[in-house]
Design a protein around this ligand. Structure first.
Ligand SMILES: [Zn+2]
Length: 465
């Protein structure tokens, strides 16, 4: 195994340094161990003999595995902190001192495919990218593999690093909850035009929010707005659903931090936080792990489990110290989850912002996002078995989002059980709607498309003649 030395943690406070130090002297050879889903060792935790403090813990692992090991060790330490009332540094020491084994969900085949794609310094089209990250999970909260690379700060793990999610947030904060509460359906129409006028940075009046392309000043369906990531319509749907409602929803459903936004709403300044909620600029940021947690619900029929890597912790004697026991919460009805799933499928079809993620024969859906003038590029995608998030930070503004193509390359390296599909609930129907009115098509409607609807929230019949 090609091992690499990484300093994984943290000096402890003076108060406990002595205790830890004594323990260290008595147990130079002690190790904690991290194992993959099959029980194979993937990392070893030990005291770092190079450090004078005698209690800094480091880990050894194979190149490229650092982000996963960091994630798993911190998760295990958090479990120890909660149970023993100790601080993180002390928890790391316990893992070594008690020779604990951390069992994880890491899948070697998925990890190898991920490294094959993201270990490269460049995007599929050959642009050099120093800051990048990707992760693959199943649809039940397990992180199977992840990779994070940062030149800015080598210890930064972008899987858990809060940042702006851009338009990937829209499904979680706007479309999902609005479909859930029957505020909108597939073919409701919204005008593609400015929501309001603002004074921009140059002191001039301007339309807000802008889209990637100019306003068309025509009516778009909800589905088309999601497919093409229309900002103005996302803001309008958010207003119809309620800004405060959305804050509460993403906090309660996905654990996102919305304190600043909820304060603004209480102070009557909800229009000040429209871009936070609708366009992915939450003040506290969102992590890749958060996004995967949210999007798994569109693949698994509406259930949320926090994304995690640790399934069990065993003590040195082999006794079970911890076993995962997450409460699975229903955040969307099966009907909402399926309708969102079908809408997100159109994102990877022709004309959608994520078309580069499409793979023939695999039922893929997902959503793109960009922030910082398109330097930060996201794609969060799903198959019936997996959820995968990709984030690449490009060297310049205004370049094309290649994260959907990275997603495709990762998926192409993985095994897929083609017989598995998404479950269509009985109370969802696929029917034709009239493109002119967004209402259910009658025999006279000329331009028609299929949409997915809840039986209890069907549009009326169109009156074309
Ligand atoms: Zn019609």
């Amino acid at each position: 195994m090609n091992r690499k030395r990484i300093v994984g943690a943290v000096a402890v406070s003076a108060a406990c340094a002595l205790l830890a130090c004594v323990g260290h002297v008595l147990s130079v050879e002690k190790n904690g161990v991290v194992v993959d889903a099959e029980g194979n060792e993937i990392a070893r935790l030990m005291y770092d003999n190079r450090m004078d403090d005698g209690q800094t813990v480091r880990y050894d692992c194979e190149d490229g595995y650092e982000a996963y090991i960091d994630l798993a060790c911190r998760e295990a330490a958090k479990i120890l902190c909660d149970r023993e009332g100790v601080r993180e540094a002390e928890a790391f020491q316990m893992l070594v001192e008690e020779e604990m084994t951390i069992q994880t969900t890491l899948c070697q085949d998925v990890m190898k495919g991920l490294l094959d794609v993201c270990g490269e310094e460049q995007t599929p089209s050959g642009i050099l990218v120093s800051e990048r990250c990707a992760a693959v999970g199943d649809t039940k909260g397990h992180i199977l593999a992840c990779y994070s690379h940062s030149v800015e700060d080598a210890s930064r793990n972008y899987v858990t690093y809060p940042t702006y999610a851009g338009s990937t947030i829209k499904s979680l904060s706007v479309y999902g909850p609005a479909v859930e509460d029957d505020v909108v359906c597939w073919s409701d129409l919204y005008m593609d035009s400015a929501y309001c006028r603002i004074v921009n940075a140059d002191g001039e009046e301007a339309d807000w929010p802008v889209n990637t392309r100019n306003y068309t000043n025509r009516m778009w369906t909800v589905q088309e707005a999601l497919k093409k990531s229309n900002n103005a319509i996302a803001v309008k749907i958010l207003k119809d659903y309620g800004v405060g409602n959305s804050c509460r929803f993403i906090r309660e459903a996905f654990g996102l931090k919305t304190e600043a936004e909820e304060r603004a709403v209480l102070e009557g300044k909800e229009d000040d936080v429209l871009s936070n909620i609708a366009l992915g600029y939450l003040e506290a940021g969102v992590t890749m792990r958060d996004l995967m947690g949210g999007y798994q619900t569109f693949a698994n029929g509406g259930s949320y489990t926090p994304m995690h890597a640790v399934t069990a912790i065993k003590s040195g004697s082999g006794a079970e110290y911890y076993k995962e026991d997450f409460e699975v919460t229903r955040v969307f009805s099966a009907e909402t989850a399926y309708i969102m799933n079908r809408m997100l499928k159109t994102v990877v079809e022709e004309g959608g912002t994520g078309a580069a993620a499409f793979i023939e024969g695999l039922d893929i859906c997902g959503k793109t996002g960009t922030s910082d003038e398109s330097r930060d590029n996201w794609f969060v995608g799903m198959t019936p078995e997996y959820v995968c998030a990709v984030w690449y930070r490009l060297p310049r503004a205004g370049m094309e989002n290649e994260s959907p193509a990275v997603f495709r390359e990762i998926m192409e390296r993985m095994e897929h059980r083609k017989e598995i599909g998404y479950q269509k609930p009985e109370d969802v129907v696929e029917v034709a709607y009239c493109e002119k009115t967004g209402l259910l098509a009658n025999d006279f409607c000329v331009e028609r498309q299929n949409g997915y609807y809840k039986k209890q929230n069907m549009p009326e019949k169109c009156d074309c003649r």
